[in-house]
Ligand binder design. Structure first.
Ligand code: 6PG
Length: 245
């Protein structure tokens, strides 16, 4: 069952997400001694990341026990304006006392296939995975595109039908570029997934994802189906405009 919370605006989404991030982090560290989170790219989470770098949130987070992963990355250098790492580093990672070795950047610029394999090895090492085991992140933040894509799982691509690869690097025909992304197997193994969706341009896709016919190949965000954990949509009123009730 999806938990959908409609908030007035992006500021309220970021504030709510910050509180959930802190609560999930404190629980994870109390139970397992570490907190693992995969950051989303795009523009929507920027305000959340700024909040996590500032009082009151930033100074409550145990950064030494926090491990940062990425949901996806574009095929650009880490200092490129389109890089998801670049945005997170600018507004969050460079602003908080997180040990550099706790940040696992996706090598978007590398040879896509080998970089994807390398990120899988990063996950295997960090989570001490046995054969065929999947990592269980404490929190995965996701955005949603106007076409219903999430992370870099795009409609009609092998990323939406591949339910076993932990990390995929592939050519996205809609964009004419290669992308690297966590696979749905990893996303769906998370303890907590939070979608951040804002703006009237997302209203149709959000309606289809939450209330439309089940067509995950057309609306990949529908393929996010958490086996054992929580799935929450934090959406603003503009994005919720077409939701019933
Ligand atoms: C990316 C993201 C992608 C993003 C959506 C929404 O690398 O672009 O991972 O899935 O979350 O496209 O992007 P906006 O937040 O910019 O609308």
């Amino acid at each position: 069952m999806n938990d959908v919370m409609i908030l007035p605006d992006l500021e309220a989404i970021a504030e709510e997400a910050a509180g959930r991030w802190l609560q999930i982090a404190q629980t994870a560290i109390a139970e397992r001694g570490q907190f693992t989170v995969a950051l989303s790219g795009g523009g929507t989470p920027r305000l959340l990341y700024q909040k996590m770098a500032s009082p009151p949130w930033g100074d409550q987070i145990p950064w030494a026990e926090t491990y940062i992963f990425f949901g996806d990355e574009r095929r650009v250098p880490p200092d490129h304006p389109d890089s998801n790492y670049n945005m997170a580093h600018e507004v969050l990672l460079s602003q908080v006392p997180i040990p550099p070795e706790n940040v696992y950047r996706m090598d978007g610029q590398g040879l896509a296939k080998s970089a994807a394999r390398e990120y899988e090895r990063t996950l295997e090492r960090h989570f001490n995975l046995g054969r065929r085991e999947l990592p269980r992140l404490d929190l995965i933040l996701l955005g949603m595109g106007e076409d219903g894509h999430t992370a870099s799982v795009f409609p009609g691509t092998r990323a939406v039908s591949d339910l076993s690869s932990m990390v995929l690097a592939y050519y996205v025909p809609q964009l004419g570029v290669e992308r690297m992304t966590l696979g749905l197997s990893v996303i769906n193994s998370a303890r907590n997934v939070i979608f951040l969706v804002a703006g009237d341009n997302k209203a149709e896709a959000l309606y289809q994802v939450l209330h439309g016919e089940r067509r995950p190949s057309t609306y990949p965000s529908q393929a996010v189906d958490i086996r054992d954990g929580t799935l929450t949509f934090l959406v603003d009123q503009a994005a919720a405009a077409k939701l019933p009730g």
